[in-house]
Design a protein around this ligand. Structure first.
Ligand code: HEM
Length: 558
């Protein structure tokens, strides 16, 4: 994905188009490219797209301004002969990435990512039988019904989250961003480390949170196709690290240590816990158990023959696949959910009226008063349509990964007379979501049509889950886990706390309030800029509830 991301960016999907193939097709030669910046010989639109990024402008903002400039919601950008298409509409994304997913499901070769040791990460793998094997293996243990088996642990992690939050409240009225972020990170990490590796010890967790943070730096920097010249000139990867100017090579060597640790260290720990008989049921153990079955049973379901392997090779290869999937989940699941929860706190602090409405619903459904006695649970979800609407509106307005991950087309294609499709910004498209920059959960509540009013006004806006997690065969396979964990945190926060904004800080006269529309840090996964808020328990009863949490064990079905 050639992108760093900013918040208003809305999912914008990029396809790096294989121009070479196109040029070979005579019948396509008459078709024009979609609009985009003018191209200089050889360097193409380098100065329009990459050069401004050394300044303050983010890549998404550059695309947005280009869209206005060219009056188009589909852009074609050529940099050094690499052709990128920006897709901004639900219609185009669905047509190409869902319906024609057979050719739009690959990834561009990310040379710098590979140099930095990310070859094992199936998020960036091209669309091959090797990727399919990873995807199948991953999906078996992260599909919706499989994730339900982790609900007891998710409740327990949420209890810990609330307890940590109540700890901050007892010492100060102002919640510092760093404290909040640390609690949110712990929560996300504990869930992903438990579900993938069965890791529960606090000490291990702290070390692994640090590891994933270190490794994420290189993923963020390298997943953007085009951030490094080697992405455009692959031959550069043969330059030795000592060569003057080969700074990127030295960076890659530095990063590859973290990358290797990320996939190997927690896996070794899981292996050791299996050997000592202390392993708990998790993605790793369940997949390994299945591996034994698979390679001993006549009705094996994991067919690796399309990889041209013998059964013996397969055993080793399948362990590698499981290890890679666990590492990919650990990486992909750590930062994304953190972003969603931090954004929820910031946005709610700006909308006391929405909190009050959600709290009224929660109190009614849970049968609580201000002296709350019960935390919301997954079984209450269907009875809480307004809390659900708040959750959907957060996903719509603030998708954690606005530019997704780029898809790569493996064959020539034509759409709407262009090589590359036609479209519009998806989650902020005013045709899909009227008044898209207003945070309005009511848009997801069904209302009765008014007499004489056009029907469309009363239909629900499309579910943002359809777009926030990508498309087609590459749609986020961890979305069920992400949705369940983030929903529970949101519902518990609303049930127990009042969140308010801090508009001025007496201790720092230069401090500026963080704007939930504009102030987001650039990155593949977006995060709000550091903000202070006041998260206070709604009542003494709510405070007690935060401290006690759910009274459940963490046994997870094998
Ligand atoms: C709010 C949380 C999350 C968001 C917004 C999110 C979003 C995304 C997006 C946009 C993609 C790219 C899809 C595409 O290429 O079309 C993706 C891929 C992926 N996500 Fe997530 N994700 C989240 C949480 C998670 C979690 C918790 C996990 C792990 C349990 C996970 C695992 C993955 C993996 C493995 C891929 C790569 C799939 C592939 O290339 O085949 N994600 N995610």
């Amino acid at each position: 994905m050639p992108s760093t991301v900013h918040l208003l960016a809305i999912p914008v999907l990029l396809i790096v188009y294989n121009l070479g193939k196109y040029l070979l097709r005579r019948h396509l030669q008459t078709l024009s490219y979609p609009p985009g910046p003018g191209r200089l010989p050889i360097i193409g639109s380098f100065f329009d797209v990459l050069a401004p990024r050394t300044g303050l402008e983010t890549q998404w903002a550059i695309y947005r301004d280009m869209g206005h400039e060219y009056h188009s919601d589909i852009l074609h950008i050529d940099i050094l002969g690499d052709h990128t298409v920006v897709l901004n509409s639900a219609k185009a994304a669905e047509e190409l990435l869902e319906k024609r997913s057979g050719i739009y499901s690959s990834r561009p070769t990310m040379y710098m990512a590979n140099e930095s040791g990310w070859g094992w990460n199936f998020v960036t793998m091209p669309y091959t039988s090797w990727w399919r094997l990873h995807r199948r293996t991953f999906h078996q243990h992260f599909r919706s019904d499989a994730v339900a088996a982790y609900h007891p642990f998710i409740r327990q992690a949420t209890s810990r989250f609330l307890r940590s939050l109540s700890g901050i409240q007892s010492t100060t009225m102002v919640t510092q961003y760093n404290d909040l972020q640390a609690i949110v990170r712990q929560h996300a990490a504990s869930i992903i480390l438990y579900t993938t590796y069965g890791i529960t010890e606090q000490e291990d967790m702290d070390a692994f949170v640090e590891l994933v943070n270190n490794a994420a730096e290189s993923m963020i920097a390298t997943i953007n196709h085009g951030n490094f010249l080697v992405d455009y000139f692959p031959l550069l990867r043969y330059v030795p690290a000592w060569f003057p100017g080969a700074h990127f090579k030295r960076k890659a060597v530095h990063w590859s240590q973290f990358t290797s640790d990320l996939v190997n260290k927690p896996w070794k720990q899981l292996r050791a816990s299996i050997s000592s008989g202390t392993a708990v049921s998790c993605f790793g153990t369940k997949s390994l158990q299945k591996l034994d079955l698979t390679f001993n049973a006549a009705d094996a379901t994991e067919d690796t023959s399309d990889l041209g392997m013998s059964k013996t090779d397969s055993d080793t290869k399948m362990e590698e696949v499981i290890r890679n999937c666990a590492g990919s989940a650990y990486l992909a699941g750590s930062d994304t959910s953190v972003s969603l929860v931090l954004i929820s706190v910031l946005v709610l602090s700006h909308h006391p009226e929405i909190q009050a409405k959600a709290q009224e619903e929660l109190d009614r459904v849970l049968g609580s008063t201000a002296n709350a006695t019960q935390l919301p649970d997954f079984s209450d979800r269907e009875s809480l349509p307004y809390v659900e609407a708040v959750f959907k509106e957060l996903l719509r307005m603030y998708p954690s990964a606005p530019l997704g991950v780029p898809h790569y087309s493996v064959a020539d294609d034509v759409y709407d007379g262009y090589f590359i499709p036609k479209g519009k910004a998806i989650l902020h498209d005013e045709n899909l979501y009227p008044d898209p920059l207003t945070f309005n959960p009511d848009r997801f509540l069904r209302t009765e049509p008014q007499r004489g009013a056009p029907c469309a006004k009363h239909s629900l806006n499309p579910d943002p889950e359809l777009y926030a997690f990508g498309f087609g065969r590459r749609i986020c396979p961890g979305r069920h886990l992400a949705l369940d964990t983030s929903w529970l945190v949101l519902a518990c926060l609303l049930a127990t706390c009042n969140i308010s904004r801090i508009s001025s800080d007496n201790t720092d006269p230069k401090s500026k309030e963080i704007d939930p529309i504009a102030d987001f840090a650039d990155g593949v996964v977006v995060h709000p800029k550091p903000f202070k808020s006041c998260i206070s328990p709604r009542s003494a009863g709510a405070f007690e509830l935060m401290k006690s949490g759910y009274e459940v064990g963490i046994e997870v079905e094998a």
